[in-house]
Design a protein around this ligand. Structure first.
Ligand code: FAD
Length: 453
């Protein structure tokens, strides 16, 4: 007999927010890629921290697993439940969207977990500030989701990842108690960094209900260049030249010929007349950035480039449409691997991929793009039959590890890469992580199957 009783949860969040109808629940049970579909007894949509605490208390007493979900844009299968018969709820933060008034002196804003990245940036802009996390999923990805995955995005090269923006946190623990550290202090060394620990915890330690984010100064005038390059190593020489010229590097995004071609075929305007092996998008800030960036590109002898005043949305579109057009262009759901490679090895890795991918044992079309300055590549393998996808992903990740890379740069481990945890971290490291998990969630109710197999 199921331990799930909808009436218990309806009494907490209200009947309309206990979703049990299969059609209404479908969007919460399938991930963004469409590759993972799970099962849950219900989707519960609380409005407040108090309601989340009551929901978790009810789950604990009944042995019901909880899958926290924000915008459901995660790409490693962590935001949807597994397809088993364990009593499970999805806890969606989609009603927890409050954004507080930004504080222009303390340079921070407090938000509920379900506030989107776009909403946080809009609030920051209203006081002349800026939210340092930005990613193409900005209209759906949430505060709780970006903290739980320690999301990267396009400005890591300038400001660091999400963890670096977290000043305070509010979270409900597995036993229903509320942990709250909510102080805009930049310096506070009292005890363990629990907000930092929750960053990257992927819903396995607590349900994040609110985040106090740091804001940064707006970059002022920006310029964006699209530059044709023949080898990835040229990216780092370009970035060094731009910095030497006194410009601030805001973003460095890499694309390949194959990826740009797909985006252009989908209707976007090409930036450059010719086709080069790679294109790199550089965003910089500083005084007279467009002119100075053009001067730097001349000095280093770039043959083909275009420079525009920021925000240069048409140039950014060429990069940001990659995920969407790749999904449409593949005959099967593409294998998507977010990896990091030491900078010196990136060129060799991509060259090897171009040779390996079209050949046996898993012939496919590779399309790579990513946040180049961070050594972060998004490897997409198109047209691989469903039954061969896991083996192809394994082979690819093994090549990443051989090159001293990481199997997860910014998307997290989720369910997709859980089997890799013990292969890339040593036994003491894994034991310490398991001890933390056990201390915070002794009954293993929070996002089972994510991070740990
Ligand atoms: C087009 C596109 C572009 C993207 N670009 C980037 C990029 O540049 N950089 C990048 O890092 N990622 C990127 N992503 C991946 C994704 O957007 C990020 O991982 C994002 O952080 C997920 O946020 P979300 O709110 O959608 O979380 P979900 O997908 O809902 O959840 C992700 C994980 O966080 C957990 N979680 C969510 N909310 C909570 C909460 N309140 N408390 C505890 N755990 C929670 C979930 O259980 C799950 O494990 C992209 C995705 C798409 C579709």
């Amino acid at each position: 007999m199921s331990r799930f009783d909808p009436a218990v949860f309806a009494a907490i969040v209200g009947e309309p927010h206990v979703v049990t109808d299969a059609d209404a629940a479908r969007r919460f049970l399938t991930d963004w890629t469409g590759r993972r579909t799970g099962r849950a007894d219900a989707v519960i949509r609380p409005r407040s921290t108090g309601e989340v605490a009551a929901v978790l208390t009810a789950c604990r007493g009944r042995g019901i697993a909880v899958v926290p979900q924000g915008g459901n844009t995660g790409l490693v299968g962590g935001s949807v439940p597994a397809d088993g018969d364990r009593p499970t709820i999805v806890l969606s933060t989609e009603r927890m969207t409050d954004v507080g008034t930004p504080d222009p002196v303390e340079m921070c804003v407090g938000v509920q977990a379900g506030a989107t990245v776009a909403a946080i940036e809009a609030a920051a802009t209203s006081v002349g500030a800026h939210f340092a996390v930005d990613l193409a999923s900005r209209d759906s990805a949430t505060a709780g989701g970006i903290v739980a995955t320690n999301a990267g995005g396009v400005h890591v090269v300038r400001h660091g990842g999400t963890r670096a923006q977290v000043l305070g946190i509010e979270a409900v623990l597995a036993d229903g108690s509320v942990l709250r550290r909510w102080n805009p202090l930049r310096k506070d060394n009292v005890g363990y960094d629990l907000p930092g620990l929750l960053a990257g915890s992927e819903g396995t330690l607590a349900v994040i209900t609110g985040v106090l984010f740091a804001l940064v100064e707006r970059p002022g005038q920006t310029a964006v260049a699209m530059v044709a390059i023949d080898s990835i190593d040229e990216v780092f020489a370009l970035v060094a030249a731009v910095r030497t010229a006194g410009l601030t590097v805001e973003a460095v995004e890499l694309m390949t010929k194959a990826g740009v071609r797909l985006v252009v075929e989908s209707g976007s305007r090409p930036a450059l007349a010719g086709e080069s092996a790679f294109q790199v998008l550089l965003e910089v800030s500083g005084a007279e950035p467009a002119q100075r960036l053009a001067d730097v590109l001349d000095t280093v002898g770039v043959a083909d480039a275009v420079v525009e005043d920021g925000p240069a949305r048409a140039l950014w579109e060429l990069r940001e449409k990659h995920t969407e057009v790749i999904a449409r262009a593949s005959a099967t759901v593409p294998v998507k691997l977010d990896v990091a490679i030491p900078r010196r090895g990136m060129g060799g890795f991509v060259a090897e991929l171009d040779v390996w991918a079209p050949s046996e044992p898993y012939p496919c079309r590779p399309i790579v793009f990513g946040h180049a300055a961070d050594g972060n590549l998004h490897v997409n393998l198109l047209d691989i039959p469903d039954e061969e996808q896991s083996a192809a992903a394994e082979l690819m990740l093994a090549k990443v590890v051989e090159r001293g890379g990481s199997v997860s740069a910014e998307h997290g481990v989720g369910r997709d890469k859980a089997a890799w945890l013990e292969r890339v971290r040593d036994s003491a490291d894994v034991a310490a992580m398991r001890a933390i998990k056990h201390a915070w969630d002794p009954e293993g109710l929070l996002n089972p199957g994510v991070l740990f197999v």
